[in-house]
Design a protein around this ligand. Structure first.
Ligand SMILES: Cc1cc2nc3c(=O)[nH]c(=O)nc-3n(C[C@H](O)[C@H](O)[C@H](O)COP(=O)(O)OP(=O)(O)OC[C@H]3O[C@@H](n4cnc5c(N)ncnc54)[C@H](O)[C@@H]3O)c2cc1C
Length: 617
């Protein structure tokens, strides 16, 4: 079928209008008054990305003006939570800039709760402040809309495009309009990817009609990683998947309950199990168990061991803390601002949190670079504080020239959350503007033949369907193609059973991982025969492809790191202990698009902030 092809030229192309992308649009305009800034988004930036439904807290805020915390404290915290492995230059860079961003949000109309006694922002915990955040995303999107020269909503970006004349240099991206099928070619001098992390790579606990109910947004399809990997960009820490303790089935957040309302979790017998598990955890991970607060993964681990010992369910004792009307409101609003589904689960299961405790459970794994874990691209750090090993050009530029990232895209620096991802978009954009200024006389070179081939590739699933549909045996069963849902379910099963999902209690091993890779290879082959009956299914097909390549990267990194650094996130049963002698390193990978081979490497961990003496023992 003939489709319109539209060319869009820009100085800076931003892919994904979530928190990183919106921050990038805002800051690009500030430094690049005359530049053409284009933002492209597969949904509508008004309500897209992980924050689409709203949030009840900003999880990264220092409070420096009140002497609450300093950026150095935040680095120590992130380092401790990740069991020693964070890019301290990147974490520090975000921590020192996050204030101005949060204050901008307030200026733009975001209601931030105040402590009536002190007049300061109301703290949920040491790093978190409470917001009335139902409209958080539209507020931030408005700033991006006003800053960008053009915003293209409803365009799914499928591939990045490399410069045809200059090796290892970005030139743009291609994608299609999910509503009318137009093919888009974006040419740009610099590209910033903010396309978000990945859900539904692992089989969720809820399957069948419930499978859309996951913690992470089901529309977050790992494009941040898949777009980068085929360019040969170096990736890091892809094995550092996140598993969250949440209210069971509704995935309601636990932060406000633990930190603000001071609720406690116990096993079914009412026992505080974490302290009983201390000796066993110490034997596994050594002194890391003594970090305060205890690293997130270790708290997951204690809970999982308790459940395996038959001492579950684990309960959050909401009924013990809701002793005032105000606290009860906070409890409900926490869900209504960001996870309405949890309130629905309570209603459906006759749970009044004032009367009864609620079950907690660990989620299926997700791949993210901005929450409590740090998968993503290996990026150049800030000039003033990044060690030489971490610096090869512009801040937040990947190992591909002119290709920048923000939020979930950038690896090695966890705990950015919403405000930190916006900050990282700003930092990347400031550097990208400088990159464009420095390379003014070098417009992107795009090969027409390559673009034509990409167009055929992008629409091939529709062609597969058109040719094969008459052979349908029954319902959706067809001999010559699989549909995107079938492919997704196969991917989730492979990752769950071989790469440490919930059905395996997050356990994997070299043999399991190698078998998982064989099965992923077969799935990759079968993707050539995926069928899409309409544009919606075409989007699903490309989302699946983005998940498959990301899954392969996760599997290869998990195989490479021969230790169990983060029990509670995943376990290498063949290397059950943490091994600082050999593995106090970041993992790195580079995919070679010409040969299809992956090169794995160890990347150094440098301390730039003193403290955390525990590591020296
Ligand atoms: C369930 C959950 C709860 C959270 N709770 C909190 C909290 O309480 N407080 C807090 O501060 N932070 C919280 N966070 C963290 C915060 O949401 C993220 O850190 C932040 O959104 C990451 O920003 P990002 O730009 O990388 O990704 P996102 O904000 O998810 O944006 C990615 C964007 O890219 C678009 N996109 C994806 N693929 C493509 C493609 N192929 N083509 C075009 N566009 C594409 C998406 O539609 C989306 O708009 C939470 C995150 C999750 C998942």
């Amino acid at each position: 079928m003939a489709r319109k092809t539209k060319f869009v030229d820009s100085d800076i192309l931003i892919i994904g209008g979530g928190f990183g992308g919106c921050g990038a649009a805002y800051e690009s305009r500030y430094w690049g008054r005359d530049l053409k800034i284009v933002l492209v988004e597969k949904a509508n930036i008004e309500r897209s990305g992980a924050v689409a439904q709203g949030l009840s807290a900003i999880n990264c805020y220092m409070g420096m003006q009140w002497g609450e915390n300093q950026p150095e404290d935040f680095v120590r915290y992130a380092r401790g939570d990740l069991m020693g492995l964070v890019r301290e230059d990147l974490v520090y860079d975000i921590a020192r800039h996050v204030h101005s961003t949060v204050h901008l949000f307030e200026e733009w109309g975001l209601p931030i709760l105040k402590n009536p006694q002190t007049g300061r922002y109301l703290r949920e915990g040491k790093w978190q402040i409470m917001i009335h955040g139902e409209s958080y995303k539209p507020i931030v999107a408005e700033a991006a809309r006003k800053s960008a020269t053009e915003v293209y909503n409803r365009i799914m970006v499928t591939h990045l495009v490399m410069d045809s004349k200059r090796p290892n240099r970005i030139a743009g991206a291609v994608g299609f309009n999910v509503r009318n099928g137009d093919f888009y070619v974006f040419r740009a001098k610099a590209v910033i990817v903010g396309a978000g992390g990945g859900s539904h790579i692992y089989r969720p606990r809820s399957v069948g009609e419930g499978m859309g109910r996951t913690w992470y947004a089901p529309w977050s399809t790992a494009s941040a990683y898949d777009l980068l990997i085929p360019t040969g960009a170096k990736m890091t820490q892809m094995e550092n998947k996140i598993v969250l303790t949440r209210f069971k089935d509704g995935y309601g957040p636990v932060g406000a309950w633990f930190l603000l309302l001071k609720a406690h979790a116990t096993n079914a017998a009412g026992e505080f199990y974490e302290k009983d598990r201390y000796p066993e955890i110490k034997a596994r991970v050594g002194h890391y168990v003594d970090i305060q607060p205890m690293p997130t993964c270790l708290r997951n681990h204690a809970m999982l061991e308790e459940i395996k010992a038959g001492k579950g369910p684990i309960y959050m004792h909401t009924q013990k803390v809701l002793d005032t009307k105000e606290k009860e409101e906070i409890g409900w609003e926490d869900f209504l601002d960001m996870t309405i589904g949890q309130a629905v689960v309570w209603a459906a299961q006759n749970i009044d949190p004032k009367e009864k405790p609620s079950e907690l459970i660990t989620s299926e794994p997700y791949i993210m670079g901005s929450h409590a874990t740090c998968s993503g691209a290996w990026a150049s750090g800030p000039e003033d504080c990044a060690p030489a090993d971490y610096q090869w050009g512009y801040n937040r530029m990947t190992t591909v020239e002119g290709l920048f990232g923000a939020g979930d895209t950038i690896g090695g620096s966890a705990h950015k959350f919403s405000a930190g991802s916006f900050v990282e978009g700003r930092l990347a954009a400031k550097a990208a503007v400088r990159y464009v200024m420095d390379h003014k006389a070098e417009p992107p070179q795009v090969d027409d033949e390559h673009i034509k081939r990409l167009q055929e590739v992008v629409f091939k699933p529709m062609e597969n369907y058109r040719v094969g549909r008459n052979e349908i045996v029954a319902g959706t069963v067809a001999p010559s193609y699989i549909n995107p849902l079938q492919g997704l379910q196969r991917l989730e099963k492979i990752m769950d059973e071989y790469v440490g999902g919930v059905s395996m209690f997050y356990v994997t091993s070299e043999n399991l991982l190698n078998r998982g890779l064989e099965l992923l290879e077969m799935l990759t082959e079968d993707f050539e025969h995926i069928g899409a009956e309409d544009l919606h299914q075409l989007q699903r097909a490309w989302e699946l492809q983005h998940r498959i390549l990301t899954a392969e990267s996760v599997t290869r990194h998990t195989l490479f790191r021969q230790e169990t650094r983060w029990p509670g996130y995943y376990y290498r049963a063949d290397h059950p202990k943490l091994d600082d002698a050999d593995w106090h390193v970041f993992t790195g990978s580079q995919y070679d698009p010409k040969t299809g081979e992956w090169k794995m490497s160890k990347l150094p961990v440098h301390r730039i902030i003193p403290g955390f003496e525990l590591l020296k023992t």
